[in-house]
Design a protein around this ligand. Structure first.
Ligand SMILES: *Cc1c(COP(=O)(O)O)cnc(C)c1O
Length: 376
């Protein structure tokens, strides 16, 4: 019997959710409708009662958050050089300048000392990422933002369910964006959400999300800004309604599996393990760094050897400032050493709620054997 391939992530959809989706498909109402309203209300409860708007992706949520906050040409937004590229792309897309700063090597979170040094009179907002689900130091982050009159747009794509009880990510702070892509801790197929408080901004979010359209009391229409189209379908929302009650259980299981990785990999000197965090960590992914100086193979070679043994390994992420678009803005190799080192050495090991303990054991066995066999 061959062992089935173990991907680095896989969504968990239960049968009740699949049946619920079938019912929506048969209902005759597929676009935005009652399931979207119900998901927004359930997510709002989940983040302590703050208003939540769902949309087609976190990328759309981040872009709309910037637009709703009035950020555009001439403005600077400070953001980490290590993240998924969407974080920086949305800043560029609204015409503002992404100002990169380095991250901590082990937490992978934005370096808040570097944030303070990067603030200029043009800075309008901070866009941190709760990397892999480990919350950024919120007190210090908001201390800096408040001290300089800056907005905060949290890229919480990895962080639905992160945070200690009563202090969940999204339940406090400024604009907060979640992702429900299938790789994230809960899914709506594709999808995202934006948490906001200000009534004028909530209205702007609605307009940007759906063509800028308003309906007047007499049934006629009005368009006050050229909105886009990012509304979620009821089919997708039904998936989210099935996922949300399972989320805390998913994240508990992620923490257990991550704990097992720490136990089994503690003695592996060719790996640098990520910061362990505490119960606030939702372990969106487990991504150690490979010490390539101790190995005869490169990262691609390591990934290929793992794959040949039936184990999927991801790369999250290349440093953003080294992509050609961002080099054109003046960034270069050497600007952010930690982001660059993570970009070169990071490997994402399998971690998802349906994994068994012995899946972690197998990953660690195979990985340690490959590292030993290819030691320099
Ligand atoms: C996945 C991800 C996004 C984008 O999420 P989508 O829902 O796919 O648009 C943004 N930022 C980070 C850090 C992500 O990992």
């Amino acid at each position: 019997m061959t062992t089935p391939f173990l991907p680095f992530t896989r969504p968990s959809l239960d049968e009740a959710t699949i049946q619920g989706v079938v019912e929506v498909l048969r209902s005759g109402w597929l676009a935005t409708g009652p399931n979207v309203a119900q998901l927004e209300s359930a997510l709002s409860d989940y983040v302590g009662g703050r208003p939540v708007k769902v949309m087609t992706s976190a990328t759309a949520a981040l872009e709309i958050a910037l637009l709703a906050a009035g950020i555009g040409p001439g403005d600077e937004v400070i953001t980490p050089a290590m993240s998924f590229v969407a974080t920086a792309n949305v800043i560029a897309r609204v015409g503002a300048r992404p100002v990169f700063v380095d991250v901590d090597l082990d937490t992978r979170n934005i370096d808040l000392d570097a944030v303070e040094r990067a603030i200029t009179p043009a800075t309008m907002a901070l866009m941190p990422v709760h990397f892999a689900g480990l919350p950024v130091d919120m007190e210090r982050l908001y201390g800096i933002a408040d001290g300089h009159g800056l907005r905060v747009i949290e890229d919480a794509a990895h962080a639905i369910g992160s945070g200690l009880p009563g202090r969940r990510i999204g339940s406090q702070g400024d604009l907060v964006c979640f992702s429900f892509h299938p790789n994230k801790n809960m899914t709506t197929l594709e999808g995202g959400a934006l948490v906001a408080d200000d009534p004028a901004e909530l209205r702007a979010i609605d307009l940007h999300r759906f063509h800028g359209l308003d309906r007047n009391a007499d049934g006629t229409m009005e368009v006050s800004l050229p909105g886009g189209k990012a509304n979620l379908t009821d089919v997708a929302a039904r998936v989210g309604l099935g996922q949300l009650p399972l989320l805390d259980g998913f994240n508990d299981r992620r923490r257990e599996l991550a704990g097992r990785y720490f136990d089994l990999l503690a003695g592996e000197s060719r790996l640098r393990l990520p910061a362990r965090g505490d119960a606030s960590h939702s372990w969106h992914m487990f991504a150690p760094l490979l010490d390539l100086s101790q190995l005869k193979i490169d990262r691609a070679g390591f990934i290929a050897l793992m794959k040949a043994q039936g184990i999927g390994v991801g790369v999250h992420y290349p440093a953003i400032h080294l992509f050609s678009h961002y080099r054109k803005l003046g960034y270069a190799e050497g600007d952010f050493p930690n982001a660059e080192r993570i970009g070169r050495e990071t490997v994402t090991l399998p971690l998802f709620p349906a994994m068994q303990d012995n899946d972690v054991d197998r990953v660690c066995d195979v990985l340690c054997r490959i590292l030993a066999e290819n030691a320099r």
